[in-house]
Design a protein around this ligand. Structure first.
Ligand code: PEP
Length: 251
């Protein structure tokens, strides 16, 4: 059975209440309900109640960009997975490169977040990706394996039954230097192969998104590759017409 595609917006720390209302209005008016493609918006925490209000009767899902690895307690400033559930989130991005490299999240911490989201019945979007110097040094596969294995060891292969992976080369995020479809496909196929060592069925079923300067004019070519099941979209998801074009590029 062909895998359903997923196009996920990562708005990062952008927008304000008025702007978000306008953008959601434009996106939800333009999205054509389509069983072959799921559309998701990962908004800043404080706007999640508003996302729920605006999107509850639309085919668009909403989710968070991060979560605490802890269930509850004395963790000032953190947000728990049960809080995200209260506002109807179904997806949570974990291990985005900005969390890993700007905020110093370790592979272990990302794996713990993956586990917490999974156990709560939400879908983690586990981001994996190498730095420019790692690609240039020929260690891309080593880095991807290390990041993936940490989640596998912590949560087990069965947790990948309800998970999404996003391959996001760090050198491509927000830089305009998109990976070529060949470069992206090579890593996606590698990730699927690593999972197949544990379960062929899960490896075959899991969605692997590409992220890193996906734009309206390069999405279709990336999404046409066998192992690329959609995208995680940063900058281009803040412009409704561009995001809608990207959503339509999965077909
Ligand atoms: C991202 O934030 O996950 C991302 C891929 O950003 P951009 O599309 O702007 O490169």
């Amino acid at each position: 059975m062909p895998r359903q595609s997923l196009v996920a917006a990562n708005w990062k720390m952008n927008g304000d209440l008025a702007g978000i209302r306008e953008l959601v209005g434009e996106i939800s008016t333009g999205v054509e309900p389509d069983a072959s493609t799921e559309v998701l918006i990962c908004a800043p925490y404080v706007y999640l109640p508003e996302m729920q209000r605006l999107l509850v009767d639309t085919p668009i899902k909403w989710g968070a960009q991060n979560v605490s690895e802890f269930e509850k307690g004395a963790y000032t400033g953190e947000i728990s997975v049960s809080m995200l559930k209260d506002f109807g989130c179904e997806f949570v991005i974990v291990g985005h490169s900005e969390r890993r490299h700007v905020f110093g999240e370790s592979d272990q911490q990302v794996a713990a977040k993956f586990n917490v989201v999974n156990k709560a019945g939400l879908t983690p979007i586990l981001c994996l990706g190498e730095l420019l110097e790692e690609r240039q040094g020929g260690t891309t596969e080593e880095v991807i394996s290390r990041q993936l294995n940490e989640a596998l060891n912590c949560a087990g292969i069965e947790s990948f039954e309800n998970a999404v992976i996003a391959y996001e080369p760090v050198w491509a995020i927000g830089t305009g230097h998109t990976a070529t479809p060949e470069q992206a496909e090579e890593v996606h196929a590698f990730i699927r192969l690593q999972l197949a060592r544990h379960s062929d069925e899960i490896a075959d079923r899991i969605k692997i998104l590409y992220g890193g300067s996906v734009k309206a004019d390069n999405a279709a070519e990336l999404f046409s590759r066998a192992d690329i099941d959609g995208g995680l979209i940063g900058g281009a998801s803040l412009v409704a017409s561009d995001f809608l074009t990207i959503c339509q590029s999965t077909r």
